[in-house]
Design a protein around this ligand. Structure first.
Ligand code: ADP
Ligand code: MG
Length: 698
């Protein structure tokens, strides 16, 4: 082969048999470039090998030899697997606990390399739970300590075989790898050259090199995403106009007069930031985040009334019908006696009413439209939509926001978009996932709000918990009981049975809360039934609702002071925090009991975190630490491709650096149009072009 490029198929590389090429193909490693870009799962340290007689007890040691005997010992929890490995100098005993698969993996006659902590055992030496590599004939002994990548491999292609193939391909590939970052830029950040990074990734001389390689590649991923987000934003700013809304003392006074309370300092700050945005002719794109009960709705309403004051329209979109109706009711109450026309539009709005609302909307006969995602259907056209508010961002993606923008009938203008979320997003994630948004944070609760006390208790304390619930109900207060399942017979991911609404309702009704009025609330109930239950709960006719997490978001019943969450370890930290925000919304202090017998340290830690703080942001950071970002707000959910190398929990510093760098870069070169930026731009488009909708920019 004379002309090798990064797109040369692996089957054309010398030394790659058709069989091997087939296995590589199956892993998606179809060409030279992809082969070399295969990211190891981790790096492992191989200690230098010595003969068995030179091994020192108390150290991590490594040796190779032949398996001379194996045997399983005992059964059940105490089962173990023993093996003996010998070389010409002596004998080494191995033992595995809880590893039934070893019976199938290891057999006498095999040549192996073992590594682990050596201890003396009777007259001999032993390693417990060693790591073990079954050797092929040609594998040379590791004479010095070395670091080796461990690759995601397949059943037929081991990590070691893959490693050999990649290392053989490196000399061909490396010279072809071009760096998209300028040398001075890299030097200032102590980032290795890309070529060098790939070499260190696959063939690190020592641990530090592996770390350096990962750092460079993770930085690249983060930088590209941040650049993408900034390019998009710069483009939006250049290409799109939004109505500049009027904002002066008179408007401000008029709007504030509508509220039965003075805005808190935190609300005031958010209002100023938002009003500043809305009075400019560039479309605002802002996230309003604030803990449950912090009063985000008032802030959003302020923004919507700014639109009305400029003879324009506003919309508010909620994630559920229940919430949309609740917003509609409370906003209608706040605006009673004014000329502001408010309408509700959900999937349940009857056809005739819907048609009338749409017509009024299109001719400017409605000022504020409240609804669910039904607002996003094609036929909803506004005469002059100036402000679009989305409640609970994490259920609306980037794509929906784009749809909203398209809704303003006037093509020359797009609405300001505000996104409210009550699930505090750790800064790290907000930057990554919503990097195209500005952020306002409402970080304090309105006065007179008593924080919810939280107590994690074990299931044998259920009696005391429900005693307390009963006595609160007797004092005229109300309760939520939250369980993970709706009907009996459901099991969790681990196969354990889940508590359900129906059986719990029956149990509480016949025992602990007998004589009080209880009702069920869950997603399988007809909407009318659900609304009726909520209404009766609000009116105090129902004393306790037994519910699934449908009560998670937004339900506002000030007289509800106690919540019990059964099998609380089944819920995420953020979710539990949301849930407990449902109580203590009035003047009486709220309490939340988390009943659980957590089986994992993580679950324990989550419950302890909830007991120790009521600050949603502290909890969100904690959750990120415990569970990792994937589970919290997977990039999957954000519609972005997953990171291959970067890890948001580990790479926070790197993320901040990438964010600063991207902002500065785009400040200098908004569309990355310079010729020396061509490679960077190409890689950006390839990685995030589709996800971020950058095609029109490219
Ligand atoms: P959330 O941020 O959870 O959406 P809401 O906007 O629903 O919070 O507000 C929670 C409650 O606090 C509502 O009953 C609202 O009327 C009240 N509230 C909001 N702002 C204030 C304030 N500045 N002073 C007193 N009460 C307020
Ligand atoms: Mg709300």
């Amino acid at each position: 082969m004379t002309n090798i490029t990064l797109t040369t198929p692996v089957r054309d590389l010398s030394g790659v048999s058709p069989a091997l090429a087939g296995l590589l193909d199956a892993l998606g490693l179809t060409n030279l470039g992809r082969l070399v870009a295969h990211i190891p799962l981790r790096h492992e340290v191989l200690e230098a090998e010595t003969t068995i007689d030179k091994l020192v007890p108390g150290q991590i040691v490594s040796a190779r030899g032949e398996v001379t005997a194996t045997r399983p010992v005992g059964v059940g929890k105490r089962a173990r697997f023993e093996a003996v490995v010998c070389d010409h100098t002596g004998r080494l005993d191995l033992v595995w606990f809880n590893a039934p698969y070893m019976t199938r993996r290891l057999h006498p006659g095999m040549r192996v390399r073992v590594q682990g902590a050596l201890r003396t055992r009777g007259p001999g030496v032993q390693i417990a739970n060693p790591s073990i590599t079954i050797l092929s004939d040609d594998e040379p002994p590791a004479l010095e300590r070395l670091v080796r990548p461990v690759y995601p491999a397949s059943l037929d292609l081991s990590s070691a075989a893959l490693g050999r193939t990649i290392r053989k391909a490196l000399p061909l590939a490396l010279p072809l790898i071009e760096d998209h970052l300028p040398a001075e830029f890299r030097a200032a950040r102590a980032l290795p050259e890309l070529r060098q990074a790939y070499r260190m990734l696959h063939e690190p001389a020592h641990e530090a090199e592996a770390g350096e390689a990962i750092r460079r590649l993770a930085y690249d991923e983060l930088l590209l995403l941040q650049l993408g987000v900034h390019v998009k934003r710069a483009h939006l700013r250049q290409a799109q106009r939004a109505p500049a809304l009027r904002w002066n003392d008179q408007v401000d006074r008029h709007i504030r007069e509508r509220f039965p309370f003075a805005l808190t300092a935190a609300q005031d700050r958010a209002v100023r930031e938002i009003a500043g945005d809305l009075s400019k002719p560039t479309p605002a794109n802002r996230l309003i985040q604030g803990d449950v009960g912090s009063g985000k709705t008032a802030v959003a309403l302020y923004a919507m009334l700014m639109a009305v004051a400029s003879q324009k329209q506003a919309s508010l979109m909620a994630p559920t019908e229940l919430l949309a109706e609740q917003h509609y009711a409370s906003i209608s109450r706040t605006l009673a006696g004014t000329r502001v026309r408010v309408a509700l539009l959900t999937g349940a709005t009857p056809g005739a009413e819907r048609a009338a609302t749409l017509a009024a909307l299109a001719t400017g006969g409605i000022d504020i439209l409240i609804g669910t995602h039904a607002l996003l259907t094609e036929d909803v056209r506004c005469a002059c939509l100036a402000v679009a508010v989305i409640d609970e961002q994490h259920r609306f993606g980037v794509a929906q926001r784009a749809r909203l923008r398209a809704q303003a009938s006037d093509d020359a203008s797009t609405p300001h978009v505000l996104v409210m979320t009550a699930t505090p997003i750790p800064r790290t994630l907000a930057i990554t996932l919503f990097g195209d948004l500005d952020i306002s944070t409402i970080d304090a609760l309105p006065p007179g709000r008593s924080p919810v006390g939280t107590r994690a208790v074990s299931s044998d304390q259920r009696v005391e918990v429900y005693d307390e619930v009963a006595s609160r109900i007797s004092r005229g207060e109300q309760a939520f009981v939250v369980v993970p399942a709706i009907g009996p017979g459901e099991a969790g991911a681990d196969g354990q049975p889940l508590r359900d609404v129906r059986s719990t309702l029956e149990e509480l009704g016949t025992h602990w809360l007998a004589g009080h009025r209880l009702a069920a609330l869950h997603g399988q109930l007809a909407r009318d039934t659900r609304d009726a239950v909520m209404e009766r709960f609000r009116l105090g006719q129902v004393h306790a609702v037994v519910a699934t997490t449908v009560v998670e978001v937004g339900i506002d019943v000030p007289n509800a002071t106690v919540m019990v969450v059964e099998q609380a370890d089944r819920f995420g930290l953020a979710q539990l925090h949301q849930l407990r925000g449902r109580v203590g919304r009035g003047s009486k202090p709220g309490v939340c009991y988390l009943i659980a017998d957590p089986r994992t340290p993580d679950a324990q830690e989550r419950l302890r975190a909830l007991e120790s703080t009521t600050d949603g942001f502290v909890l969100a950071e904690k959750d990120l630490e415990i569970r990792g970002p994937g589970e919290m707000f997977g990039t999957r959910q954000s519609g972005l491709p997953p990171f291959r190398v970067a890890d948001l929990a580990r790479d926070r510093e790197l993320l901040n650096m990438a964010r600063r760098d991207a902002a500065a870069w785009i400040g200098r070169s908004p569309l990355l149009a310079a010729s020396e930026e061509a490679l960077l731009r190409r890689r950006l488009m390839k990685t995030y072009g589709d996800a971020l909708g950058l095609v029109d920019v490219g």
